[in-house]
Design a protein around this ligand. Structure first.
Ligand SMILES: C[S@@+](CC[C@H](N)C(=O)[O-])C[C@H]1O[C@@H](n2cnc3c(N)ncnc32)[C@H](O)[C@@H]1O
Length: 525
C-alpha cells in the first residue's frame, strides 16, 4: 500500500470526529458588573462549546490567548478531576487548540502553561496545529523557591510556558520595560549634556585587519587593539566619534578607549529572556496569597501570580487588544487584562466561576489594590458582562425524535438558527422577517408558525428584487418551498439535524470512559 509517511504523534481516538454544535451564549444581566455595554465577557461553561460559540464572531480577532489547562499530573485536585489518561488529555486539547488557532489574529500568539507531565506531547500536538515553524519559545518559569526535600526524585521547581505565534513572520513581542536596576548602571562622570551613559568595549573578537590602527590617548599613550582583535569601527568613524565626545579614555585620559552608550539612545526596553525568575514574575505562593485576598474560605488550588500574566500580556498585547483565557480558574488573566486596559474574554467551567472569578473581577472594577494594581496605577472602572452557554438546541422526545428544547423561547431559537446557518443575528426593529444577515441583503427569519402561501406572499411583497431570504419554520404549506426563487423555506429541525452533534452537555476534561485499545488491530499495524 502506498502510504505517505509523515512525522506525527498519534494516540487512541485522535481521528474521532466531533461535530460541535454552535451554541448561543445567554447573557445573565444580574451577574454582569460595571459598564453594561462593556465588551469584556465572563463565560460559565465548557470551553470547547464556548470557544465554538465565539468562533463565528471572533475568528481572527484575538491578539493574545493564555491557557493554563489541567496538567494531567494524576493528582485529584479539589476543583477538577485532573487524573486523565494521556490519550484522553490529548483528545481534549486538540479540538480546543484548533479553535484557538482560528480565533487568533494573524499577529496573535498563544501561551500555554504546562509542566513536565504533558509538555513535550503538547509541543508536538501544537506543532501539528500551528505548524512547527510557528513555535517561538519554551519559557521556563520558576514557580517555587523552597526545595521539596521529600521529593522521591528531583524537586520540581519550574513550569513550562509554550509560546506559539499564529504566524511567526508576522509576530514580534513588545519589549519589557527597563528596570531601575538597569538604569543605575548609567552615570555621567564627564557631565555630558546628553545625560547618563555607560561605556562599552571598543574592540571586537573577530578582527578586521582594516580596523587595526593605533589610537593616541589624551595623555599621549599609543594603544593598539588587544592581541587577535581589531577596533569595532574604522579609523574614519573613530575620528567622528572622538569629535562627538563619544570616546571615553577614563577620568585621567590615559585608559584603553571605550565607546559611550547613552541611556537616552538605548532601546526603550529590553528583550525578554526565556527564563523567568520568581523574583521578577512571582511564584505559586504569591498567586495563592493574591487569591486568598478575595476568597479566604475556599482557596483555589492552582492559581498563577498576576505578575506572570502581566509579563505575558506586556509582551504579547497592547492596550485595547482582545485577550482570551479559556481555562480561567480563579480569574487571574481577566483581572490582569482589565487592569492593563485590554479587552478580555474568560471561560470557566467550574463553580469557582461564581465563587472566585465573579467576586475577583467585581473587586477589580471597584479598584482593588492587590496583585499588579499599584504598579499599573489601577484606579478601577470599566465592567464586564456575564454569559452562560445555552443548552443544546435539540433534544430527543420520548419517541426518540429530535425536538426543540423547551427552554428555547422565540428569540433564542431565532438567534440559534441564525448561528447554525452562518448568519449574524441582528433583529431589525421595523421589519420582522429581517432577524439576521449573512451578507448584505441576504436575510434569515425563524418562526414557529405554520408558513402558509398567503403569509409568504405578504413577506415577498415587502422584499426588494435584490433581497433574498431563508425562512426556518416548523412546518409549511405544500408548495411554499418552491414559490419564490429568492425565498428558501426549510423545516426545523431537519435543516440542521446532521450538521452537528446535539444533546452533548459538556466536553469537559473529565474521564468518563476510556476507549478500549483494540489489541489485535494494534498488533497488525
Ligand atoms: C490550572 S487552572 C487555571 C488557573 C488559572 N490560570 C488561575 O490563575 O487561576 C485550570 C482551570 O481550567 C478549568 N477547566 C477544566 N476543564 C475545563 C473546561 N472543559 N472548560 C472550561 N474550564 C475548564 C478548571 O475548572 C480550572 O479552573
Amino acid at each position: 500500500m502506498d502510504r505517505k509517511q509523515k512525522l506525527e504523534l498519534t494516540w487512541i481516538g485522535k481521528y474521532d470526529e466531533i461535530k460541535l454544535e454552535p451554541r448561543i451564549l445567554l447573557e445573565d444581566k444580574s451577574k454582569g458588573y460595571g459598564d453594561p455595554n462593556s465588551e469584556n465577557m465572563l463565560i460559565h461553561g465548557d470551553n470547547l462549546l464556548a470557544l465554538k460559540a465565539l468562533e463565528q464572531d471572533f475568528a481572527g480577532k484575538i491578539k493574545c490567548i493564555y491557557i493554563d489547562p489541567p496538567y494531567n499530573t494524576g493528582n485529584a485536585f479539589e476543583q477538577y478531576d485532573d487524573n486523565l489518561e494521556h490519550s484522553i488529555w490529548l483528545n481534549l486539547m486538540k479540538p480546543r487548540l484548533e479553535i484557538i488557532f482560528n480565533l487568533l489574529a494573524d499577529d496573535g500568539s498563544l501561551w500555554i502553561s504546562i509542566d513536565d507531565d504533558e509538555c513535550h506531547y503538547l509541543k508536538v500536538l501544537c506543532d501539528e496545529i500551528f505548524g512547527r515553524k510557528n513555535f517561538v519559545a519554551n519559557v521556563i518559569w520558576e514557580k517555587k523557591f523552597s526545595p521539596q526535600n521529600d521529593a522521591k526524585w528531583l524537586s520540581d521547581s519550574h513550569d513550562h510556558i509554550l509560546l506559539y505565534a499564529k504566524d511567526k513572520d508576522n509576530w514580534r513581542p513588545n519589549l519589557l520595560p527597563r528596570t531601575a536596576e538597569m538604569d543605575e548602571r548609567y552615570k555621567n562622570p564627564d557631565n555630558d549634556p546628553r545625560g547618563p551613559w555607560t561605556s562599552g568595549d571598543l574592540s571586537v573578537k573577530t578582527p578586521n585587519p582594516r580596523d587595526i590602527y593605533p589610537i593616541t590617548t589624551p595623555s599621549g599613550r599609543i594603544i593598539m587593539p588587544p592581541e587577535s582583535r581589531s577596533w569595532v569601527v574604522s579609523k574614519e568613524r573613530f575620528e567622528e566619534l572622538l569629535k562627538d565626545n563619544r570616546i571615553w579614555f577614563g577620568k585621567d585620559g590615559n585608559n584603553v578607549p571605550r565607546i559611550k552608550r547613552f541611556l537616552s539612545e538605548v532601546q526603550g526596553g529590553m528583550v525578554s529572556k526565556t527564563i523567568w525568575f520568581r523574583t521578577e514574575v512571582g511564584d505559586n505562593q504569591e498567586a495563592k496569597r493574591e487569591v486568598k485576598a478575595f476568597n479566604n474560605d475556599d482557596v483555589f488550588a492552582t492559581p498563577k501570580p498576576e505578575r506572570l500574566i502581566q509579563r505575558i500580556l506586556t509582551l504579547a498585547s497592547n492596550p485595547g487588544d482582545l485577550v482570551l483565557d479559556s481555562f480561567l480558574g480563579s480569574g487571574t488573566t481577566a483581572a490582569v487584562a482589565h487592569k492593563m486596559g485590554r479587552r478580555w474574554i474568560g471561560i470557566e467551567l467550574g463553580d469557582h466561576c461564581y465563587t472566585h472569578c465573579l467576586p475577583r473581577l467585581k473587586a477589580v472594577v471597584d479598584g482593588e489594590q492587590s496583585g499588579i494594581s499599584k504598579v499599573v496605577n489601577w484606579q478601577g472602572g470599566g465592567g464586564f458582562r456575564f454569559f452562560e452557554l445555552a443548552p443544546s438546541l435539540l433534544k430527543k422526545d420520548k419517541y426518540g425524535n429530535w425536538v426543540i428544547d423547551e427552554r428555547y423561547n422565540a428569540d433564542m431559537l431565532a438567534a440559534a438558527m441564525a448561528k447554525h446557518q452562518g448568519f449574524t443575528y441582528a433583529p431589525d426593529s421595523e421589519v420582522f422577517w429581517k432577524q439576521g444577515y449573512s451578507f448584505e441583503k441576504d436575510y434569515i427569519f425563524t418562526t414557529t408558525q405554520f408558513v402558509t402561501l398567503e403569509y409568504l406572499d405578504l413577506i415577498h411583497q415587502e422584499m426588494s428584487e435584490d433581497e433574498s431570504l431563508l425562512i426556518c419554520c416548523m412546518a409549511f404549506q405544500d408548495g411554499a418551498d418552491k414559490r419564490y426563487e429568492n425565498i428558501n423555506v426549510k423545516k426545523i429541525p431537519q435543516v440542521i439535524l446532521n450538521k452537528c452533534d446535539f444533546g452533548v452537555e459538556s466536553y469537559s476534561l473529565n474521564i468518563v470512559n476510556l476507549p478500549e485499545i483494540d489489541e489485535e488491530a494494534d498488533d497488525n499495524e
